[in-house]
Design a protein around this ligand. Structure first.
Ligand SMILES: [Zn+2]
Length: 856
């Protein structure tokens, strides 16, 4: 028997929940009535509860029967066992429970969030975050996604406050000194989608999308930052109703910005919660990247109203059905809304993030066994989101967008208000396409890893071969390897040939070790993974690669240039290409003007910065200046009329790189001058450039600058401004300043939703990493107590930056001694990524030093 799954002979159909939170004492009392169907005689009912005290429990029926239960809480299993004196007969019952609980500070379950109001006074609100398994901290329930039910909630609150839940308010009345708000019934849905928010909230006026009123909620004084989020909310909701061919399943849609929030956002049906940076933004002051983040997250959560909320995975092993789809749909919606943002090109960056983990021996298949709650938590990673979405994009391109959409519509219609598995999705897509797709897709969903496709010429043929991509030939000893070396995939491939009469496209499925494509006469290049949608990396022999590099910059699409750089860098990390060759390749991108391609180039330089010795740093700085300076000289510091948003953002990215990684004194001096000017006239600096100035000034900053940025962090008027100054506090070089930032990460001054990410940044910084690692070791217990689980896990991702042999040994010793487990394969993945970085240093350190000396 699985200790983590509830018995299935008692099934809930409807919950009536009444909760009375007390924001002052940080506690709540609750009563609930759960309508149950009992399918076999039993003396016992088991449901989930954690950190709750159940004070009374009894069963009753319409037949007048009544039975009081003995309650036993099993804290370690997060269950509540109700035992009855005699057997309960099959049929319909009502279970009535009375309980109390706490509003915790760990940003999960029912929790407290605090903020300062416009007058600087501390205020509290209460919010919920239930996914994956924390509804059980707010009310006893069958807390598994497969137990869908209707929820009818009532909140009893201070009359001065506002309450929001999943549905419209059905009634509101006074009861003594309290306000009692009853919400309409929800659709049949899973427990993890229930939400309550109580506090001094303000909202925008609703906009109507079809029959749905859509509003943005936030703490008072921030409503002026809500327009952009509401606009993208309405646009994406409209897009999805059309794409899915089904109306929005709720009766209203509220988007709520919560000052303390562990994840990015949460798709509670009708009451989507966000961290402030993912919903509230001042369009005139924000960078392109900051606006894109809001658009992405809002569209993603809206996509979930169907994928996840209306149709839900049966169990957490299938979470990719929610998250991969929402990520894929987010791209489609944002791309439709703002085609000039070229969202699918930017998606290359996300795909590369998935490759980085999926190339490890410690990767996992997208669909992966989940038992304990911490294993469910570990599923919310780049493999579920980014790999999953990449695989869907590849399938969409393979089937064609129309057939793909028809399959999605069929799937949603068939499983609405119910649960589904991966096989159901393949069946629906296969039906629409009139071709079975299981065999092809199983390789991408049920097997770990991805293929490296190698391309070479053999006479009149282009020869394509596949092998599993791994960073190391053999698994390191501390890893339980996932999958095997000789795995093969059915890979849908598009090859483009350049011929005298134009471009020729060839499509094939590479399902064996090798495939041959005859090269059209007169071809002057062959590009594998045309359009860049495939979830595989490509390695060309030197002469084929050279033909492609001659087409730079504009003879290839931006996503293709991105892949060229990203794939080449991966082969360096895997020991297949010398690092010096990669730097030569990088130098050929001086004329590049695409933001995403530059991201890929700069990611590799940042990685090298972490593996070189301090003596080689001037060489890397010199190399960076030589690479970046021509583009900066061309773009200048100020936006030009008619320029697109991506170019503006690129200007900011490149200036930042030149002033920090390139350590360019001229840029640093100009940054200081322009920053001063921006304080007098906020319009003096383009919003896309301002964050770069702040990062540069932190990089070379002294104690006075630190104090200044700290003040600005505290006084920030938008979530984005607050984040810029906060992360700048991690960007200084002086140890005594970095030590202050570390202290602030545990003192309560930096919100616990942000602090782990700030520490992660410090672990990744070559100036802070020793200090930060030492601090983490000494403050581990405190951080474990303070930070949300999710945050602590993400913080530890920073150990990837500790890329020296000594630090690596110390990291292993620490995690082993502390017996730390983040669930799933998370820790193994961090340790293996660290090994990949240190191995690069060991393998290439000398050659790199000799190469870089020329630039110092
Ligand atoms: Zn999601």
């Amino acid at each position: 028997m699985d200790l983590y799954r509830l018995p299935r002979h008692v099934v809930p159909t409807r919950y009536e929940i009444r909760l009375e939170p007390d924001l002052v004492t940080a506690s709540f009392t609750g009563v609930e009535t759960i309508a149950l169907t009992v399918s076999e005689p039993t003396t016992e009912i088991v449901l989930n509860a954690a950190e709750l005290s159940v004070t009374d429990a009894w069963l009753e029926s319409d037949r007048g029967e009544r039975a009081r239960a003995t309650v036993a809480l099993e804290e370690s299993l997060e269950r509540c066992r109700l035992t009855f004196p005699s057997s309960i007969a099959p049929g319909q019952w009502r279970l009535r429970l009375a309980f109390t609980g706490i509003l915790n500070d760990k940003l999960r379950g029912f929790y407290r969030s605090s903020y300062k109001d416009a007058a600087g006074v501390s205020r509290t609100l209460a919010a919920t975050q239930f996914e994956a398994t924390d509804a059980r901290r707010a009310f006893p329930c069958w807390d598994e996604p497969g137990f869908k039910a209707v929820f009818a909630s009532t909140l009893v609150i201070d009359p001065a406050l506002t309450a929001v839940s999943n549905t419209r308010i059905a009634s509101e009345r006074r009861e003594g000194t309290r306000k009692v708000i009853t919400f309409a019934d929800t659709i049949k849905m899973s427990t993890y989608l229930v939400a309550f928010v109580v506090g001094e909230l303000e909202s925008t006026n609703p906009v109507s999308v079809g029959r749905t009123p859509l509003r943005v909620w936030c703490v008072p004084s921030k409503v002026k930052l809500a327009a952009f989020g509401q606009e993208v909310g309405a646009a994406s909701l409209r897009f999805f109703e059309e794409y899915y061919g089904l109306p929005y399943p709720g009766d209203k849609l509220d988007l709520l910005a919560i000052p303390d929030f562990a994840a990015g956002a949460m798709e509670n049906l009708g009451a989507i919660t966000f961290r402030e940076t993912a919903l509230l933004v001042d369009e005139r002051q924000a960078t392109h990247a900051e606006q894109e983040r809001v658009a992405d997250v809002v569209a993603h959560e809206n996509a979930h109203m169907w994928f996840g909320d209306l149709v839900t995975m049966s169990w957490w092993n299938g979470i990719w059905l929610n998250e991969a789809f929402a990520t894929f749909m987010e791209m489609l919606a944002v791309d439709a809304w703002k085609p000039e943002w070229r969202r699918w090109t930017t998606f290359g960056v996300s795909r590369a993030a998935a490759f980085a983990v999926d190339g490890l021996w410690s990767t996992r298949p997208i669909e992966f066994e989940v038992r304990a709650p911490r294993d469910a938590d570990a599923m919310f990673d780049v493999l579920t989101y980014e790999k999953g979405a990449s695989v869907l994009r590849m399938l969409e391109q393979y089937l064609g967008p129309d057939l793909f959409r028809a399959g999605v519509r069929g799937y949603l219609r068939e499983h609405a208000y119910a649960n589904a598995d991966t096989a159901d999705l393949w069946a629906a897509l296969g039906n629409a396409a009139h071709t079975p797709i299981n065999a092809m897709m199983d390789g991408w969903i049920l097997k770990p890893g991805f293929p490296l496709v190698s391309a070479r010429r053999d006479g009149g043929d282009l020869v394509l071969t596949q092998q599993r991509f791994t960073y190391r030939p053999d698994p390191p000893p501390f890893v339980t390897p996932s999958g095997s070396r000789d795995q093969r995939w059915q890979i849908p491939i598009q090859v483009r040939f350049g011929t005298p009469s134009g471009e020729r496209l060839v499509r094939l499925v590479l399902d064996g070790a090798e495939a041959r494509v005859s090269v059209p006469a007169g071809s002057d290049y062959a590009l594998v993974n045309e359009g860049g949608h495939g979830f595989y990396r490509v390695r060309y022999v030197a002469d084929l690669l050279d033909l492609l590099l001659r087409r730079l910059p504009d003879g290839l699409m931006p996503i293709e240039r991105f892949n060229l750089v990203s794939d080449a860098w991966a082969t360096v990390l895997a020991g297949l290409t010398p690092v010096t060759e990669h730097l030569d390749l990088t130098a050929r991108f001086k004329a590049e003007r695409d933001r995403n391609v530059w991201t890929s180039l700069l990611v590799a330089l940042a990685a090298l910065n972490r593996v070189i010795t301090p003596a080689d740093r001037p060489g890397l700085e010199g190399f960076t200046r030589r690479l970046v300076a021509p583009a900066v000289a061309d773009l200048g510091w100020d936006p030009r009329p008619g320029e697109d948003e991506l170019t503006r953002q690129l200007r900011g990215d490149l200036l930042r790189a030149l002033g920090t990684l390139g350590n360019d004194p001229t840029v640093q001096a100009e940054a200081a001058r322009r920053y001063r000017a921006s304080l007098v006239d906020s319009g003096a600096v383009d919003p896309n450039v301002l964050p770069a100035l702040i990062a540069i000034l932190a990089h070379v900053g002294d104690a006075d600058r630190y104090e200044e940025f700290l003040r600005r962090f505290r006084a920030a008027t938008t979530p984005q401004e607050e984040q810029r100054y906060l992360y700048a506090l991690a960007g200084f070089q002086r140890p005594e300043l970095l030590a202050q930032t570390l202290e602030r990460a545990v003192s309560g001054e930096i919100r616990t939703q942000d602090a782990p990410f700030v520490v992660r940044t410090l672990l990744m910084s070559v100036y802070a990493r020793e200090l930060a690692w030492d601090f983490v070791k000494r403050h581990w217990d405190q951080m474990d107590r303070l930070y949300p689980k999710h945050g602590l896990r993400r913080m530890c991702e920073g150990v990837i930056g500790l890329a020296t042999p000594e630090l690596e040994r110390d990291v292993h010793a620490f995690f082993a001694a502390r017996k730390i487990d983040f669930g799933g394969k998370t820790l193994e993945q961090y340790l293996e990524q660290l090994r990949v970085a240190v191995a690069l240093r060991e393998r290439e350190g000398d050659a790199l030093a000799a190469y870089l000396r020329r630039f110092s």
